[in-house]
Design a binder for this molecule. Structure first.
Ligand code: NAI
Ligand code: 15L
Length: 269
């Protein structure tokens, strides 16, 4: 897909994180100015960049972060399973602050980094689509399901379009056998975000963020209007992953369920 500058000024939250770093250079092709934000400092702004630090739990800071941008790629927040309180602050309160700021400033398109852990308690023997109900595998997955519901409300009530991208496992390479099914390359992630930013009518869409992997648990047929065509595949890593990992224990919930080890995390007190 051709990368067009659909929005002059883009906001990328979570810019100091793993995916934020991977997308920083790539997203410059999508805009004239890239505003980068995180809670923690991560250096100086480069050419055609702005940096606005903000804690998502701070409504005023989030309001300032959003002012003047044309679209938002929201990656910021707690990205793994853990105790409820920090997840609640960053992912539940934080996403509310983000959408309130978008409403006040007239931002009409958001790409929301949801997660496969919204549906982590489906089995690895099942293929699911976006119409099937969430089955979160922990507080983290619940917080992402909240973000999906909140963004649907802001679409229905205020017309803010959102792509909820249920990212699988987006790393440089698949790290284990499970990720052969869930892997999303950084280039495909960028292609997917570009599609979400440029499709004429996005609406409120849920799309599974995965590369063109031979083994998959997710059916993206409900999101054809987004126009995402993955070009990478985990298949080229299969032999190496099998060689360095043990055969799975089929009685292990981490092997039975799509969420992997997240389904066994906790309790935390
Ligand atoms: P990460 O943990 O490396 O980056 C998250 C960033 O959010 C960090 O830089 C952190 O400082 C920032 N952050 C945390 N709490 C914050 C707060 N209260 N206010 C402002 N910023 C805060 O995570 P990664 O891997 O880069 O993921 C990015 C997004 O994509 C996350 O929302 C994650 O849930 C989602 N995702 C990532 C997947 C992956 O495979 N990398 C899979 C599924 C979802
Ligand atoms: C996620 O949601 C996490 O953010 C990421 O770190 C991985 O654990 C990924 O899911 C996964 O399921 O592999």
């Amino acid at each position: 897909m051709k990368t067009t500058k659909s929005h002059p000024k883009l906001l990328l939250t979570g810019a100091a994180g793993g995916l934020g770093q991977a997308l920083r250079e790539r997203l410059k092709a999508n805009c004239d100015v890239l505003r980068l934000s995180d809670r923690v400092a991560f250096g100086e702004a480069g050419h055609n960049e702005e940096i606005v630090l903000a804690d998502l739990a701070d409504a005023d800071a989030v309001n300032t972060m959003v002012a003047g941008v044309d679209a938002i790629i929201h990656l910021g927040g707690v990205s793994v399973e853990g105790p409820f309180e920090p997840i609640m602050q960053a992912n539940i309160l934080g996403v509310y602050h983000l959408y309130e700021a978008a409403r006040k400033h007239g931002v009409k398109r958001v790409v929301f980094a949801s997660s496969n852990h919204v549906t982590g308690f489906y089995r690895q023997s099942e293929t699911i689509n976006a119409d099937q109900p969430p089955r979160p595998d922990g507080f983290y997955g619940v917080s992402k399901a909240f973000g999906e519901d909140l963004s649907r409300f802001y679409f229905d009530r205020y017309g803010i379009e959102t792509a909820c991208v249920r990212i699988g496992s987006s790393f440089a390479e698949p790290r284990d056998r499970r990720m052969l099914a869930s892997w999303l390359s950084f280039d495909d992630l960028h292609r997917l975000i570009t599609a979400c930013l440029t499709t004429p009518v996005l609406g409120h869409s849920i799309i599974f963020g995965m590369s063109d992997n031979a083994v998959t648990w997710w059916d993206n047929s409900k999101a054809r209007h987004v126009g995402y065509v993955p070009q990478d595949s985990s298949d080229v890593f299969r032999d190496a992953v099998y060689a360095r990992t043990a055969a799975p224990d089929l009685n292990d919930p981490a092997v039975q369920f799509q969420g992997g080890g997240f389904v066994k995390a906790g309790p935390f007190q």
